[in-house]
Ligand binder design. Sequence first.
Ligand code: BMA
Length: 849
Amino acid sequence: MNNRSYVINHWSFKACDETEWKPARVPGTVHTDLFRNGLIPNPFDGTNEHDLQWIDRKDWEYETSFELDEAWFALPRLELVFDGLDTYADVTVNGVHVLSADNMFRVWRIDVKPLLQQGTNKMVVRFRSPIAEDLPKLEGLGYDLPAPNDQSELGGLGDRRVSVFARKAPYHYGWDWGPRFVTSGIWREVRLEGWCGPVIRDLSIRQDRVNASVAELTAVAEVETAERWEGQLRVTNGEQTWERSVVLEPGTQAVEVPAVISEPKLWWCRGLGEPAMYNFRAELVANGGQAPLAEASVRTGLRDIKLVRETDAAGASFRFELNGVPVFAKGANHIPNDSFLTEVTDERYRHEIASAAESGMNMLRVWGGGIYEQDVFYELCDEYGILVWQDFMFACSMYPGDPKFLDSVTHEAEDNIKRLRNHPCIALWCGNNEIDSAWAHYLEDKGWGWKQSYTTEQREKLWADYEAVFHEILPKAVERLANGVAYWPSSPLRRLTGDEFQHANELSGEGDIHYWGVWHAVEPFDNYNLRVGRFMSEYGFQSFPELKSVLTYAPESELALESDIMLAHQKNGRGNQLIKEYMDLYLPTPKDFKSFLYMSQVLQAEAIRTAIEAHRRNKPYCMGTLYWQMNDCWPVASWAGMDYYGRWKALQYTVRRSFREVMLAISEPESGPISVSVVSDLQHPVEAQLRLSLYDFQGTLLKEQTLEVRAAADSVVEAVVFARAEWLEGRDPRQVVLHAILEIEGQAVDSKPYYFASAKELSLPTANITVQEEAGSGGSRYTLVSDALARQVWISAEEEGIFSDNYFDLIPGIPVTVEFRRRGGESSVEPFVAGNPGKLTVRSMIDFV
Ligand code: BMA
């Protein structure tokens, strides 16, 4: 093989109307290059975002030179490959225009051999302002397209929202948790590839039938050749080899090789088994030859994944089945990890996915307002056994439907499905985020009020454009290319009926649900118990990041709920006030703003715990719970459980407990008695002991009961039901706690406190907590004991890392041991390593009121 590949780097950049070139980083963005050159301040600091909006109004250029020796020119084909250009880019090679790119999600490949020369070659990539580019499209359309998250005012555009015209990450234009930084840049690798003879452009392992006894596969190689070629295509997984003769005609063709593996090691998600992976290699070998002329490799897992929607008495199921086993999906919605995508290192991805795994998740939803993630994201999900619900990148907006736009979307879908289809983690392709329900075409009084500002004719046009993308182009692309993974047109959706039964409806008993009554509609937390759908793909509650994170963007003097900086780092208009309103309702009043930060996290955790327990208790009616949202793209008050720096909020620890395989859920419906349920996701039955103990806040044991509980495989069982009075027996409900522990074979698998009064009403005592380092643990394990009830004990470490548990309640006299694991960092292959936390600070709720 004489094929060669060369990564092109050493770039410089400048604004097109300036003269001085500065060093640039590729992959990168204009914003990060300006920052690294000291030309702009840190975009995330203070209110800097507001002053940096000029950047997207300019045109920018990147240039580089590269040397080519003679050997390159012996190859018949020399191609330039751009894995990603953000977004409107004109490329010239030695002064000749070779490409005009217009979709950041596409891969571009151009034959440039006639333009290259031995010695020095010059390449220029010129980015046209995405704003200047798209404003005329808006004017040409004659009406606006709804895009409520597009922060056009902040960008100086008034109400002219142009985000929908660009095939570019929607969140770049701002979101209700994200700043408006409309980037430009070469955001993925650029290579020169030279080849001769046939090449394998793509290799896909189609899984025609997979079960425990056999995997019937078809290796599909997309082969390109300049000349007619005859030989063998050989496919191997290291243990077995499959081969066939091929005759290739000039051009591109798909060559299929059937491959059967008996008793395959299946890929399982977390909780169900090991995520076994296989490496496959395809080689083209000349007749009679041995050395491959071309080769391609993929790593994949063998599994059968289905979205099962069967009609039942309540409506229809919405559940994933992996290798025939129903999966209760536990997870969160993922957004891009940074406003500047190229800042996200592999370590940051690993930290996120390892955190998801540590939190007991088995699914993440790659939400449609961001990007089709980088390969490493899916590689990690494969490795950690985390299923991915993959949206196409369309969210909360209506889009144009001109032929050029539709053509661009078609190519984007093909490029991304092909890139991602070998990842066993991909469980679903979903057309868009919330557009079906926001537009609500078939119900005049439903939706977000968008339709009402259009004429009947415009409405029909907008809906026809919608249908072209989400009911034609995308499902066809998935059907053709995604190797059997299901397509779901929009999240949420009830069913694709083409009439008023189509749009998501919490009470319909089918489809997936985004429940935002709590938060956006200011409904009480208790409504999480009442609004349970078949699959909860979104619901959420905001909090602030911890003080250490806040201080990275705001000085002490700005630490106030309504300061300019606090409002700049809260993108949901009513957000800060909503946190306060709910806090007034449920929690004691924090003594100052720093305490408010802590209390906001406790509040958020309590909201989402209520929701997750309600969803899990309702298994198998409900078969999934993905809260909004996993992560942040900058330091901000948001719905995330983990802040921009990867620091776990109270929520992340609560999720970790609420996603345990066997979980206790204690609920008190308004009308009825208190009920203690055991939710088991285990695939085998368990016998457990449930111990209920009533304590006063000084630790006196007042009453106790032990029960045997038998939970069948993958089940929910109500262990006990009782009236408040049975346990209170006249005692002051503000001064006692019921502690429930569930044990299996003597091991505590879950425990939960239950209070008979709201957190706001409890008579919290002063608590002294002692912390004792465990001998021989190398400073990584600590035992905490309190002399009085301590609620929401927050252990904070000097070092970055996570504790095995945090933000828990300490019953006086009952010790709790936690382990600290440091964040591995760039130099470690392990995401977390047991170690010393440095200085520890331990506080509980009483310290903040
Ligand atoms: C959901 C998401 C996002 C948004 C979030 C919070 O519906 O799809 O659009 O950030 O709500 O409002």
